[in-house]
Ligand binder design. Structure first.
Ligand code: ZN
Length: 588
């Protein structure tokens, strides 16, 4: 550590006092590959020079000369990021964010079990040191059952301070509340579900999720974390476990700040605790052991493959220096450094260098996201420059428009947070107003809004239903239409056969698009065509409305419907069918 401080101090003084020739004879710099030297060369008079140099030194210190360092008692530090944790109020984050198991346990309970298993394997390896927060370490050491939640920003800070080689986390997966029967179990069929705000719905759950998956860092240019995901998958398959459908269990992820700022990072998602069968499976200690062992082996094998050190050996044989890997880590840190400072042309130039040197190499796929980063930041940069030019000519509305374009061109990805913050600040300075942010996924998924637009006629509220107000008709698997009608509508004898007859003739309207040739314009256009088709009452939820003569006015299949007796009639759930035989209450 001291040595690095001295060398940085030396370099600083070189910038100030000596000529450039001397600077590049510094062994720390002269030993760097050409591509890195060329970047330093172009920055030698800038303040950025020292920051870049410390990024380079930090990378060499953590990832360089591994075999020598490990044989001399050095360790590879793995930072274990706690999965969620207790919130200031004392509840597990799993409870407050609907990450509960089908048996009602928060995600953290299972994460603790699996994290301890993996920790015990890592701890036994003399070349590895696990670091984490103090309270999570107590949990890993089996001395405590509780730990605090920390933000991804804190995780990154702690990982950097502990000079971590990589960051891992052991999570369990879950599904949205509208896919969980009675608020807990993700099982097939028609069930009562609750939204996150506590509203009840009847939902036809067809999407049942299961299987493990690994979220690895999409911005890892070395392919190391993707390799861990794939090795893990291979081991798990050899035990007979199944991967989740999403990218076949190995997902290149960029949704977390975590991934934007720490090149070698990943999250294991070892199964769906929302699935009762999988939860039962995860409770089994033998299965937990096999999962943790697969994770451990995957990490060890990928370190061997990518960094050339076999951590299962008693003494590490000398590996070839992995220049390519080190260079890629340095380059990715530099792109991130300049992007964070909104120095976008410099960031793009480094992407170009990465592309030139690695596009036709074994790193072609893992460096692919940097081509996307380059395009996005150059586009944002172009619009920002246009905005500045317009503003200086007092064309304020054009400037505002360009800033909004720059902002939108970066999407919602956390990688560009600092750039978006800079654009938003400029927008505010120019207009005095906040920039318009694009809609979040969460907004689009607002079921209440969705129903308002999809079924405007459901807005009517009725205390007393008449035969013409809408019914919820539920058809379960292996149920005839007659059985379904008897349960949901329970019509009296007078209407029974008429209703069945009407439903069998029911038709719904839908739209299809067709290509049509326009002779005048000499081209094809898409035309929307209204079609009427017979409704087949297969398994599902239907909103049915009759005319006063009991013919079907509307019969529509829906995935989900508000559980609301004021809006709907349904004998099974609400006991409010206006067509049902009114039985005298015989109970005492
Ligand atoms: Zn989680």
């Amino acid at each position: 550590m001291k040595k690095i401080i001295i060398s940085i101090a030396l370099c600083l003084s070189s910038v100030i006092y000596s000529n450039d020739e001397n600077l590049f004879t510094d062994p720390l710099i002269s030993s760097q590959p050409e591509i890195i030297k060329s970047i330093l060369e172009s920055e030698k008079t800038s303040q950025d020079f020292n920051d870049l140099l410390s990024l380079i030194n930090e990378t060499d210190e953590i990832y360089g000369s591994l075999s020598e360092r490990l044989n001399n008692g050095g360790k590879i530090v793995i930072f274990f990021d706690p999965a969620h944790g207790k919130l200031p109020g004392g509840k597990w984050q799993g409870e407050t964010t609907f990450r509960m198991s089908s048996a009602g346990l928060p995600e953290e309970i299972y994460s603790i079990l699996l994290s301890r298993k993996l920790y015990n394997l890592l701890k036994k390896n003399k070349y590895i040191e696990v670091k984490t927060t103090d309270d999570f370490m107590e949990v890993l050491e089996n001395r405590s059952e509780t730990y605090k939640n920390i933000t991804f920003t804190q995780t990154m800070k702690l990982a950097k301070e502990s000079k971590a080689f990589m960051v891992i986390a052991s999570h369990l997966n879950n599904v949205g509340m509208l896919s969980k029967a009675e608020g807990l179990a993700n099982i097939r069929g028609i069930h009562l579900v609750y939204s996150e705000s506590g509203r009840a719905y009847l939902s036809h759950i067809t999407n049942v999720q299961s299987g493990f998956l690994t979220l690895y860092n999409r911005y890892d240019p070395t392919g190391f974390t993707g390799m861990i995901a794939n090795y893990f998958k291979k081991e798990m398959l050899s035990y007979g476990y199944k991967f989740n459908n999403w990218k076949q269990g190995a997902v290149a992820d960029d949704r977390f700040l975590y991934f934007a700022n720490f090149p070698l990072s990943l999250m294991f998602e070892s199964g769906f605790i929302s699935n009762p069968i999988e939860e039962e499976f995860l409770r089994n200690e033998k299965n937990q052991d096999e999962i943790a062992l697969s994770q451990y082996n995957a990490i060890i094998n990928a370190i061997d493959e990518k960094f050339g050190v076999d951590l299962t050996e008693n003494s590490i044989s000398k590996s070839k220096t992995q220049f390519d890997i080190l260079t890629l880590i340095k380059l990715s840190k530099m792109v991130n450094y300049y992007t964070s400072k909104t120095d976008l042309v410099k960031a793009a130039n480094i992407c170009t260098l990465m592309d030139k040197n690695f596009k036709s190499s074994r790193f072609e796929t893992s460096t692919e996201p940097y081509r996307e980063i380059k395009n996005r930041i150059l586009s944002a940069n172009y619009h920002m420059n246009t905005a500045s030019a317009n503003a200086s000519k007092k064309r304020y509305s054009a400037a505002r428009y360009s800033l909004q374009k720059a902002f939108n061109s970066l999407g919602k990805n956390p990688y560009y947070y600092p750039v978006r913050a800079e654009i938003a600040a400029r927008y505010k300075a120019l207009t005095g107003r906040n920039i318009r942010r694009s809609m979040h996924y969460g907004d689009a998924a607002n079921v209440d809004n969705y129903y308002e637009t999809e079924f405007p006629y459901l807005g009517c509220q009725r205390e007393n239903h008449s035969p013409t107000s809408p019914f919820i008709l539920i058809v379960r698997s292996n149920q005839t239409l007659e059985e379904a009608v008897n349960l949901s509508i329970a019509p009296n004898d007078k209407y029974c056969s008429k209703i069945l007859d009407s439903l069998r003739k029911a038709r719904a309207t839908g739209y299809t698009t067709q290509k049509r040739y326009l002779a005048k314009k000499k081209r094809y256009i898409n035309v929307r065509i209204k079609r009427s088709y017979p409704v087949r009452f297969t398994e599902g939820i239907y909103i049915v409305q009759f005319n006063s003569n009991m013919s079907v006015r509307r019969a529509e299949k829906v995935k989900i419907v508000p559980f609301d007796p004021k809006r709907f009639q349904n004998q099974e759930y609400f006991k409010n069918s206006s067509l049902a035989v009114k039985e005298k209450d015989k109970s005492l």
